[in-house]
Design a protein around this ligand. Structure first.
Ligand code: ZN
Length: 82
């Protein structure tokens, strides 16, 4: 899943508008708009979107719900962090 698809999915899942998403994920709304229309994305933005997904309790790779296990968080897709 690329960053553009992730942003779209998170916005649907959380019912967030573009301004709220930009504010919560610390991304400039102009940059976010550029990402959604052209798919243009910096490494920094990619990182911020992934970080925001994790904050929401979602896997940064596939956006499924993360599982908490003994101090670590993991996902069925294989992603994990301790
Ligand atoms: Zn996953």
């Amino acid at each position: 899943m690329n960053t553009q698809q992730k942003v779209r999915k998170i916005r649907v899942l959380t019912n967030m508008d573009i301004f709220t998403f930009a504010r919560n994920s610390r991304i400039d709304v102009v940059e976010l708009d550029r990402l959604l229309t052209s798919g243009e994305c910096s490494k920094r933005m990619e990182h911020d979107v992934n970080h925001f997904a994790t904050k929401l309790g979602l896997c940064p790779e596939c956006l499924e719900r993360l599982i908490h296990q003994g101090g670590c968080i993991s996902c069925l897709c294989g992603w994990s962090r301790c």
